[in-house]
Design a binder for this molecule. Structure first.
Ligand SMILES: NC(=O)c1ccc[n+]([C@@H]2O[C@H](COP(=O)([O-])OP(=O)(O)OC[C@H]3O[C@@H](n4cnc5c(N)ncnc54)[C@H](OP(=O)(O)O)[C@@H]3O)[C@@H](O)[C@H]2O)c1
Length: 301
């Protein structure tokens, strides 16, 4: 059982605290900027809130720094300068992009530091409580703190994996594309459907079986074999019809459609469903009118 303190009791900090206390750990102290989220969580967990972040250190060995990433430097300086950091303290931030090394001032004061990132998207505390179990967590930092991280992840019913400090920006970029840009992609489709009079609710209802079916195909057979549609078939006529239709919509839509089209052509080539000649013709079609020269560019993926 660890005594757990949380500085930054927003979506992630609150959900982690609730789940760890459910698993027998003791949440002993909370701090948040306005105090409102900390007070709400304290009411739920029956623990104390503090007026200053450094007070959390007196009552916990495991300390989550779950503020926005941009606030971490400030909080780390405050804690490091407090003179209260001890060897028993294991500090965790949960940023995907930042390495454990942003916590180095705490290590210099004797603490153990670690980055512990849930590869998951949390829109609110209740969704996070549902989504956290079963999630994967990247772990990077000091050996002692990483050992504690593995135990905490197991208690959160997650799966931990190690990551190198220098790989975190690209690792996080991948997560952003898979989650945030996926949301953007569906938003893009909803705008297109809206332009032909299909409401957002109707469109989501109609698209979800397609999206779920596609995800299931990716899970079963991988992305290359899962690719279907006009690009995979090398169907120029259909793609020309798409380009004529989308030309009536905002230019940013055309750019996005063409950029995704060019990337998809390379997957079709890798699948073997189109040959080199079809590849070049499709790349040209997806580049016409945007000033780029498909054949001179390196589209290898
Ligand atoms: N949300 C996600 O999907 C997700 C996924 C993976 C990782 N993460 C990471 O998890 C961490 C927390 O993100 P979040 O989404 O939980 O953020 P959030 O919901 O915006 O919560 C941030 C919390 O930090 C507090 N805070 C802000 N400035 C502070 C300061 N100077 N001192 C102390 N507390 C401060 C806020 O206090 P008040 O409540 O008083 O305003 C709030 O409780 C970030 O590192 C983020 O990158 C988030």
């Amino acid at each position: 059982m660890y005594r757990v303190g949380v500085i930054g009791t927003g979506v992630v900090g609150s959900a982690v605290a609730i789940l760890l206390q459910d698993k027998g750990h003791k949440v002993t102290g909370l701090y948040s900027k306005t105090g409102i989220s900390a007070a709400n969580l304290a009411g739920r967990l029956g623990c104390t809130t503090f007026a200053n972040p450094e007070q959390v250190l007196g009552y916990a060995e495991v300390i989550f720094l779950t503020t926005p990433d941009s606030e971490l430097d400030y909080i780390v300086s405050l804690l490091a300068e407090s003179g209260l950091v001890k060897e028993k303290h294991h500090f965790f931030h949960m940023s995907g992009a930042l390495p454990a090394e942003v916590l180095v001032p705490l290590r210099e004061q004797g603490g153990n530091i670690c980055s512990l990132h849930p590869l998951q998207s949390f829109a609110g505390i209740e969704q996070a409580l549902v989504n956290l179990p079963g999630s994967f967590f990247s772990v990077q930092g000091d050996a002692a703190a990483m050992k504690t991280a593995y135990r905490l992840v197991a208690d959160l019913e997650g799966v931990s994996f190690d990551i190198r400090s220098e790989d975190k920006p690209l690792y996080h970029l991948g997560a952003v594309v898979a989650s945030n840009y996926f949301v953007a992609l569906i938003h893009f489709v909803l705008q297109i459907y809206n332009s032909i009079g299909i409401s957002e609710d109707e469109a989501i209802g109609a698209l979800l079986p397609l999206i779920k079916g596609t995800l299931s195909n990716i899970e079963e057979i991988g992305t290359v074999k899962a690719l279907t549609g006009p690009v995979a078939r090398g169907d120029f006529g259909i793609i020309e019809a798409h380009l004529r239709a989308i030309s009536k919509l905002p230019h940013s839509y055309i750019d996005l459609y063409k950029t995704l089209g060019r990337y998809t052509v390379q997957i079709a080539l890798e699948k073997g469903s189109i040959d080199e000649t079809q590849t070049n013709l499709l790349l040209k079609l997806f580049s016409e009118g945007d000033g780029s020269n498909a054949e001179q560019q390196d589209y290898h993926i």
